[in-house]
Design a protein around this ligand. Structure first.
Ligand code: B12
Ligand code: SF4
Ligand code: SF4
Length: 307
């Protein structure tokens, strides 16, 4: 797992009031980072080409020469960059972190053999070899009321999807196939919505945490608070090691607090029961009504910061 340790240190030191501020700062940094990243990962971008054209123009060559020059330079650049920009695990995770993710990890597509038919990465991208998984934490001050959580959830969904789309684009620009996985959308089957892959299983395989009794991914540093996103690719990347120990301490708090008894049976999560409680319509808008298994888990903000 790769994470933004410096951000984490700030989180530790910063109180709740500062969380939103910090997230905003992250957004600002992201914009700068995106520029860096685009430069490094995709040297053949439009800006680069435009700069080259400018320089050529200044040299006062003829139109014809300019065109030939441009064509030659672009051709040469493409070839060199493809060789230089061969993707590896660290580069790809860095793309996600620069796009705004707080943690990033890689899972091998072949390790999804236990996923049900139709929900393996290769069912979405047949040539998929690697799954890059990203996480961003729910700001701590968004956990107090259902209203704050609902608003924050909307922003986080957009953010995680933007990160995945951004990385998808950059992997494609390097000549590989890539498919971003929507953090929330999916296909409807018999009245239930399914994601294209299970992101929490993907995150577990990518070393980002371990699924707890509450059926959520628990990350050592960010507890139950990570929103997850992913990109499938045919780039053959070295996967991260899985976390071997259980993180959940089996305190059973999530099971006892769950108002719908959805967590009663550890082997079978009751999706319909949870759905009935977890969301409600208020004035035509969907509002999150329950997230107790997330915000009341004793490890909700990680192993070091028990609440
Ligand atoms: C549909 C959905 C729901 C449904 C159903 C959830 C469910 N557990 O089935 C409802 C509405 C009930 C729901 C509720 C919630 N959800 Co929801 N949900 C999703 C969504 C969009 C799709 C899930 C899905 O269909 N996966 C595909 C199916 C096939 O997988 P599955 O049913 O989870 O897996 C079962 C088997 O098929 C098998 N399996 C499937 N794939 C694999 C792979 C491997 C390798 C293995 C071994 C097994 C395996 O294992 C499971 C055993 O039953 C995901 C996003 C995503 N794409 O993952 C978010 C997601 C799981 N939800 C999330 C959250 C936070 C919530 C809520 C807290 C909502 C809220 N109030 O904010 C609650 C928590 C409920 C809970 N305790 O699990 C987060 C979880 C983050 C985390 N840290 O774990 C996700 C990942 C969204 C995100 N982008 O971050 N959710
Ligand atoms: S979201 Fe609420 S209803 Fe659903 S499993 Fe968690 S605690 Fe239970
Ligand atoms: S509340 Fe307790 S049992 Fe439930 S997931 Fe958290 S640590 Fe595990």
């Amino acid at each position: 797992m790769t994470d933004k340790t410096d951000k984490m240190n700030k989180t530790d030191k910063t109180d709740k009031m500062n969380t939103t501020d910090k997230m905003n700062k992250t957004d600002k940094t992201d914009k700068t980072n995106k520029t860096d990243k685009t430069d490094k990962a995709n040297k053949t971008d439009k800006t680069d080409k435009a700069n080259k054209t400018d320089k050529t123009d200044k040299a006062n060559k003829t139109d014809k020469t300019n065109k030939t020059d441009k064509a030659n330079k672009t051709d040469k650049t493409n070839k060199t960059d493809k060789a230089e920009n061969a993707l590896n695990s660290e580069i790809v995770k860095e793309l996600g972190l620069k796009a705004g993710a707080w943690v990033a990890g890689i899972a091998a597509s072949k390790d999804f053999d236990l996923a049900p038919e139709g929900y393996k990465p290769t069912d979405t991208l047949p040539e998929c070899l690697s799954v890059i998984v990203f996480g961003i934490p729910v700001p701590k001050d968004a956990l107090e009321t259902t209203e704050e959580y609902t608003n924050s959830r909307k922003k986080m969904i957009e953010k995680i999807n933007d990160i995945s789309k951004d990385v998808e684009k950059q992997i494609r620009a390097n000549g590989y196939r890539a498919q971003a996985i929507n953090g929330f959308g999916g296909k409807w089957v018999n009245g239930r919505q399914y994601g294209l892959i299970s992101l929490k299983h993907a995150a577990e395989l990518a070393g980002l945490g371990v699924i707890g009794r509450n059926k959520l991914l628990i990350n050592p540093k960010y507890g139950t608070l990570l929103w997850l996103g992913a990109v499938l690719t045919n780039a053959d990347l070295i996967p991260d090691n899985r976390i071997q120990d259980s993180i959940c301490n089996n305190c059973n708090k999530c099971v006892e607090l769950c108002p719908s008894n959805a967590l009663e049976n550890p082997e079978m999560f009751k999706t319909k029961e949870c759905s009935r409680w977890a969301f409600k319509q208020v004035s035509g808008k969907m509002v999150v009504n329950c997230f107790l298994c997330r915000n009341r888990c004793s490890l909700r903000i990680g192993l070091d910061r028990k609440v």
